[in-house]
Design a protein around this ligand. Structure first.
Ligand SMILES: NC(=O)c1ccc[n+]([C@@H]2O[C@H](COP(=O)([O-])OP(=O)(O)OC[C@H]3O[C@@H](n4cnc5c(N)ncnc54)[C@H](O)[C@@H]3O)[C@@H](O)[C@H]2O)c1
Length: 324
């Protein structure tokens, strides 16, 4: 019988990239639950997959899991308040959604006989690293934001409290690239927006390291682990060793393609600095990434130049709108 994947948060940036890949590259049926915080346009193409795709509108804090989980083999949770700005603005909801509801869904999944629960965590958990060495999955976690704190606490519960159901924790690098919901509040995309609109990129903490990964490579990473976790609870970083960049290198890529001036300021607005090893997922599954920031910058620049991406997308596809 065809197996079913439930994607919690499937209308989001990573969620839509995942749903596209699941429908195109696998035989799974796909069920999406999302409360459509950022609208539902991103899901329109998937309804054409008829009986393989279904959508339920709901909030992971409140939804009755019984019907939702009936017939579900795998759960992927990419529903969250994502990034520090929105977590800072709504701290109570951030803990409720990113931590409490995540664990509630995992408990209900285990009771319903789900085979595997895949949790979307983040390399932001590594926080501040003083060393230039690559940090692997066993490295120290130093969450320096409420956002990362909710992720670290979720991980700890998922890795220790679930014995019957397989749990896979994926720590994604910072995403970039196009999907049917795009976000312009991510590092590379902010540089692209500023280069396009102001012909100037301001870089804070230019020498800080940040691992990067294309959203479609994240989707492929999630599919790689589905059904492949034979060892109980496991953690994998998702990205590639050769996509650890200093912020200034990313600014240079964007400036070269879009012709902008770069101003590097000593102020560090975001103190995160970490260089990550992605050997584990690559050695275990032969996983490798297919995109890089040069290709993605060129694609997004092309979409801006042809008007596919307009000001509405540039300024409204963000998790927290800037004042003024
Ligand atoms: N984008 C990145 O760079 C990145 C990096 C590392 C980890 N992650 C993780 O990946 C996951 C997805 O991130 P994203 O970039 O796609 O974010 P996103 O904001 O685009 O998507 C989140 C989705 O969750 C939904 N959602 C939020 N609260 C909900 C609730 N209470 N009930 C139901 N649905 C709800 C939203 O409507 C949205 O569709 C998150 O867990 C995030 O922490 C993202």
């Amino acid at each position: 019988m065809t197996e079913t994947v439930l994607v919690l948060g499937g209308a989001g940036y990573i969620g839509t990239a995942l749903v596209a890949r699941l429908l195109r590259d696998t035989k799974f049926n796909v069920r999406v639950l999302d409360d459509l915080m950022y609208g539902g346009d991103s899901l329109l193409p998937y309804f054409n997959f008829k009986e393989r795709f279904s959508f339920i509108r709901g909030d992971i804090r409140k939804v009755d899991p019984t019907g939702l989980l009936r017939g579900v083999d795998y759960v992927v949770n990419v529903a969250a308040l994502v990034g520090e700005p929105i977590c800072k603005k709504f701290p109570v909801e951030a803990t409720q959604i990113n931590l409490d509801a995540n664990i509630r869904m995992a408990e209900a999944s285990e009771r319903a006989g789900v085979k595997q629960f895949v949790f979307s965590s983040t390399c932001s958990n590594y926080g501040l690293s003083k060393s230039d060495e690559l940090i692997d999955e066993a490295g120290e976690l130093q969450p320096i934001s409420l956002y990362a704190e909710t992720k670290v606490q979720s991980e700890q519960k998922l890795l220790h409290d679930f014995k019957k159901m397989k749990v896979t924790v994926l720590r994604f690098a910072t995403a970039y690239g196009l999907a049917s919901r795009v976000r312009f509040d991510l590092l590379l995309h902010e540089f692209i927006r500023d280069a396009w609109k102001k012909k100037k990129i301001v870089v804070y903490g230019a020498e800080s390291w940040r691992p990067m990964v294309h959203v479609d490579d994240i989707a492929r990473g999630i599919i790689t682990v589905l059904g492949n976790n034979k060892d109980g609870a496991e953690v994998y970083n998702v990205g590639s060793n050769n996509q650890n960049f200093r912020k200034i290198e990313l600014a240079n890529i964007v400036a070269k393609r879009l012709g902008a001036e770069i101003e590097s300021l000593p102020t560090i607005k975001d103190p995160r600095n970490y260089k990550v090893s992605f050997d584990k997922i690559s050695k275990k599954f032969g996983y490798n990434t297919l995109f890089d920031p040069v290709i993605a910058t060129d694609q997004i620049a092309g979409a801006l130049e042809t008007g596919v991406i307009d000001d509405r997308i540039l300024f409204e596809s963000v998790n927290v709108k800037q004042e003024g």
